[in-house]
Design a protein around this ligand. Sequence first.
Ligand code: UD1
Ligand code: CA
Length: 480
Amino acid sequence: MDAKVTAIVLAAGAGTRMKSERAKVLHELGGRSMLGHALAAVRELGVEQRVVVVGHQREQVEAATTALDSEALIAVQHERKGTGDAVRAGLDALEAGAARGTVLITYGDVPLLTAETLRAVVDEHRADARAVTILSAEVDDPTGYGRILRGDDGTVTAIREHKDASENERSVREINSGILAVDGTFLDAALGRLTPKNAQGELYLTDIVGFAVADGLPVGAHVLEDVWQTEGVNDRAQLARLARELNDRITRRWMLDGVTIIDPATTWIDSDVTLAPDVTVRPGTQLLGATTVAGGATIGPDTTLRNVEIGEDATIERTHGSDAVIAAGATVGPFAYLRPGTELGAKGKIGTFVETKNAQIADGAKVPHLSYIGDAEIGEGTNIGAGTITANYDGERKHRTVVGRHAKTGSDNVFVAPVEIGDGAFTGAGTIVREDVPPGALAVSAGGQRIMDGWVARRRPGSAAHEAAENAARQEENPQ
Ligand code: UD1
Ligand code: CA
């Protein structure tokens, strides 16, 4: 944006129908709160001055605003006296005269609105040097919305709220989305002229349209075909409906960018996820948070990844993971659980029924079966035997296990941390590694196998085991 734009995001409403302890604008879709979507859109537009008007559940909304956008100003609307009063509070949060230029008014509960649409509204507003530009839409059921009233020549004359509208005015299907671009100087003065003489006893922001027309100033409406973008959320059913639509938009965009999504209906992708061309996403997959996937990788089926970075050509199957990094060509799953701090090197493997946490598993290293690897470092090319547990917790503190490069550890091992297994070392099956194993050594801890002949006959007489053993003994005596 070249000339100055100030955005005022209204977020003081009560959101009663959400029936929630959480402020309405903090409910999420696509991995962001509704307020997060609203702020992302104005930020993407390049608005330098952003104000969020808070009121109801104010502490929550304030804290969230600061976390989302540390530069946003916060304005407090103490009483819910209407949208005109909310915008007044927003302007009052600015330094005197700071709202010269264009003021863009948006809502914190209209999550699908894009920066592109806002740009179109602002551009049209400026091109026609208007006092007010309304973002409007034609809807099938306009009940409850403010209606756009137009004169015989089609020019906008006013916005009439549903509760104040005549029968005739209610038949108008062009509605006010609530999003407006307004000349700042005009807005500042016009807000002073609002009165609560209307059906709801509120200060209607929308009355400024009538004032501009009366003053002979140009007003207009930008009619948006894509009605979804103007939809607000009042209850959780609407939230789910918009979340589904947002997801459809996100999956479609990635498919057009070269990502194969086998089943978009069961694939959920958050707004902040990035996928490269030639990624394949199989059914039942959720890619959440700041997850990124490089080209050629295959994710799913039935996989949930949050804040996970996946390298080129990696394969992740039936896996649940968060805050992990999987390098190029690595394979994970099926049935793996990647907890925070998991790092798997190139062509490494985290296999079936394996849980990892704060574990750096180097290039080409493998943990293929039935293991828990936590607080550990596994060196390049090392193979960890099936059923290995890092005993990392002594009941008070966590300790690290370090396994060197090209080691081969046996099945059913326990590494009792803190412990180190050197480069090229081996361990036997069933080893409990309590002390460090030097490089190149073999460690065994299981005792030699002892045979106690006839134990079953003595201790389990008459059991099925006893009978089977007797039969085997007879067979041995009289082979047929
Ligand atoms: C408003 C518009 C209406 C439009 C509709 C679109 C007015 C008078 N009416 O009606 O023309 O069709 O939105 O959804 O502007 N808010 C505050 N403080 C207040 C009142 C509202 O912050 O005192 C915020 C709400 O949190 C919400 C937005 O403003 O985000 C709109 O408020 P809402 O009560 O939903 O307005 P409507 O009566 O639906
Ligand atoms: Ca509303």
